[in-house]
Write a protein that binds this ligand. Structure first.
Ligand code: SF4
Ligand code: SF4
Length: 680
């Protein structure tokens, strides 16, 4: 079909294009390789098939936004099939071979190509209308964006969108031209045959010219686009699967130790991030799903996990030659994010869970915190005081260790000292449950329930320390290790089969962080034990509760550790009507306390917990209880229900208290009667 001079031109342009593209790709690979650590290539062979299947079925994309995901799927499926289409079109241009009007497998190929062309065009138009017409991608004005990002996001989307429309559209119209040239419809290309009607009456010369022009627009455009490809968001087509295939196999709740370069801990600069954190920037599709679920951004703070990834890529693209060549990059706090944003993160991991390409912006924020802490950068005064208390007393309340188990003195029975006698369950009570006067009542109720169920349990008394879960996420690695050592020394003295914790943060540390230090025992959350005790009849419901309630999944329980069923089994066993908030289970919304935020000043800004209370209130005026299963949640939501003015309407209550009301512990059965008979 092509003339000889066209063929020569195509080959020469293709060579130049491929050389330029290879140059860009090699610079990106060298830039990513400057990150710390190296991929485990063994993962590639183990994961390539399951991850490819996931991607082919578009599973990560369809987790949210079904309509947008369907539009994207149209473009994606066409892209995959167009690999074959482009090869056959190339062959047609060079040899004259054509699948037009052929039967059998060629007809099937034509039909798929025809339908997918339309799917890609519809999908791309829909996505462009959304991006430029509806403009859903807005960062709040406090979010740091590189100047090149402000303009670059729209430009990149327009170029990529325009390329797909022109490439696929030209090929589709080109097929219509060839059908018109053949003077009869091709039933295997129904939509192109319809378009062919537009060319009826065109002269043979005009149709030949149109055929050449559309061929060049479809395939020549690829050559023009290829050198730009590594710098565009289109590179996610390769980087996203790589990111998903090579992501390290560690639980979400277990952090890697900080990177160390030239004696500095954590990441002050791009090259101090790990290789996969640099890859994240290139895998990002700028969908802003992470920002949509981020409680810090949602409450107007300066943090956007999406902006962090996008800034990283734009900085790298603009300075790729120098960075790939080994130049020192500016501090991340000048090119990627701000200190305010870094300290706004609650480490809720919502951004990590939602990202369709496997990015982990939260880890960058923790690594930057590690560098700041290591450099002795001034901290929020409340956080500083909490860390000092933790270093001195092993708790953030600044209380002597001997006061940790003071609450046990108010119980009508003794609690075993697990350091002195063997127990089946070692109850790791946690700081808030031990020291906060607002929580101690609840802690005593949990003890009474365990006692009533004849559970063989004990505690570590003054030897228990904060597990360090949030200390580590603040970036204070040295203090974290000190707390781990102290706890391990205490745990070594005790004999027990399993651990039960009240606090999801302690649960996470004991289950996911401590195994790296050689500590491996079964760990349960108290809701798991209570659900089990109720179902096995060791706790019997005397008075079913009939109120309408909602349950808040703590991030470190529901999202990090996927414990979502046990608390709901309890509510069901008590007879309560559970109304789910829109964000629940693994998609829960953060209360705002994690990652050390509970120790920091909110600066008078709205808190995520206040938004959450409004979300609960929207479930109905008759909703009586906001049920929690975390002492920190109890603290956060007890405050939020007051500051939002819903204290009279909605009661924040721990799930253990509801169990005690239903089974009749310590006079709480009277409360249960009021639940069933009195209006809130
Ligand atoms: S971990 Fe949570 S708070 Fe931190 S960036 Fe991600 S979504 Fe935002
Ligand atoms: S980090 Fe992930 S979720 Fe966030 S914008 Fe990029 S691709 Fe989307």
């Amino acid at each position: 079909m092509l003339t000889t001079s066209e063929r020569i031109a195509f080959v020469l342009i293709a060579l130049a294009s491929l050389l330029l593209t290879a140059h860009g790709v090699s610079r990106i690979v060298r830039a990513i390789a400057r990150g710390q650590g190296r991929p485990t290539w063994g993962l590639f062979f183990r994961r390539v098939i399951p991850v490819s299947l996931d991607i082919l079925l578009q599973r990560p994309i369809f987790r949210t936004r079904p309509l947008v995901s369907a539009l994207h799927a149209g473009v994606f499926f066409a892209f995959v099939f167009y690999g074959l289409v482009n090869i056959l079109d190339l062959a047609e241009g060079f040899t004259g071979f054509s699948t037009l009007h052929r039967g059998g497998i060629a007809a099937l190929y034509n039909l798929i190509a025809d339908l997918l062309s339309v799917a890609a065009l519809v999908g791309m138009v829909g996505l462009l209308v959304r991006r430029f017409g509806l403009r859903p991608f807005r960062f709040n004005e406090r979010v740091f964006l590189l100047p090149s990002v402000r303009f670059g996001i729209s430009r990149d989307s327009a170029i990529v969108g325009g390329f797909i429309l022109l490439h696929v559209g030209s090929r589709w119209v080109g097929q219509a031209v060839r059908i018109a040239e053949s003077e009869r419809a091709d039933w295997s290309q129904p939509t192109a045959s319809l378009v062919a009607a537009l060319f009826h009456g065109w002269s043979e010369a005009a149709l030949t010219t149109a055929s050449h022009v559309t061929w060049w627009l479809a395939l020549g455009l690829i050559l023009a686009f290829l050198p730009y490809f590594p710098y565009s968001k289109h590179i996610h087509l390769f980087m996203a699967p790589l990111n998903l295939i090579l992501r390290e196999e560690r639980p979400l709740g277990q952090l890697e130790p900080p990177t160390s370069s030239n004696g500095a801990l954590g990441a002050e600069r791009l090259e101090q991030l790990r290789w996969y954190q640099l890859l994240d920037g290139y895998a990002c599709i700028m969908c802003n799903r992470c920002q949509d679920v981020c409680p810090a951004h949602g409450t107007g703070r300066a943090l956007s996990p999406a902006a962090l990834e996008i800034n990283k890529r734009y900085y790298l693209n603009r300075n790729l030659g120098a960075f790939a060549g080994g130049a020192t990059s500016p501090p991340l706090l000048e090119i990627a994010t701000t200190k305010e944003a870094v300290w706004s993160c609650t480490t809720c991991a919502a951004c990590v869970r939602i990202c369709p390409v496997g990015n982990r912006p939260m880890l960058d924020l923790i690594d930057i915190r590690r560098a700041l802490v290591n450099q002795g950068d001034p901290l929020d005064p409340n956080l500083q005081a909490a860390l000092e208390s933790l270093a001195r007393y092993g708790n953030s309340f600044g209380k002597p260790a001997r006061q940790r188990a003071r609450w046990t003195k108010e119980l009508p029975f003794p609690i075993k000292d697990a350091r002195k006698e063997p127990v089946e369950y070692l109850w790791f009570v946690g700081d808030f449950a031990s020291f906060d006067p607002r929580m101690q009542e609840n802690t005593k109720i949990v003890a009474q329930l365990f006692h009533a169920a004849e559970l063989d349990f004990g505690i570590l008394y003054e030897d228990e320390r904060n597990t360090g879960n949030d200390v580590r996420r603040v970036g204070e690695e040295g203090l974290f290790e000190m707390l781990v050592e102290q706890n391990l020394a205490a745990l070594e003295k005790a004999q027990f089969r399993a651990i039960v914790t009240t606090d999801p943060h302690s649960y996470n540390a004991l289950r996911n962080e401590y195994p790296a230090y050689g500590f491996q025992v079964p760990v349960y959350h108290y809701t798991e034990l209570l659900a089990d005790l109720l179902e096995r009849g060791r706790l019997r419901v005397q008075q079913p509760l009939t109120a309408a309630v909602t349950y808040h999944d703590p991030c470190y329980l529901g999202r990090y550790n996927r414990i979502t069923a046990a608390p709901r089994r309890i509510l069901h066993a008590l007879g309560l009507e559970l109304r789910e908030m829109p964000r629940h289970g693994e998609n829960t919304y953060c209360c705002g306390a994690g990652g050390g935020r509970i120790w920091m000043d909110s600066g008078g800004q709205e808190r995520p917990s206040e938004q959450r209370i409004r979300e609960a209130v929207a479930l109905g005026e008759d909703l009586r209880y906001f049920v929690v299963a975390c002492p920190k949640d109890m603290a956060m939501y007890s405050d939020a229900v007051k500051t939002t003015g819903y204290e009279a309407q909605l009661t924040v209550i721990d799930v253990a208290r509801l169990v005690a009301m239903a089974v009749g512990i310590n006079g709480l059965e009277r409360e249960s009667i009021s639940v069933t008979t009195e209006a809130p």
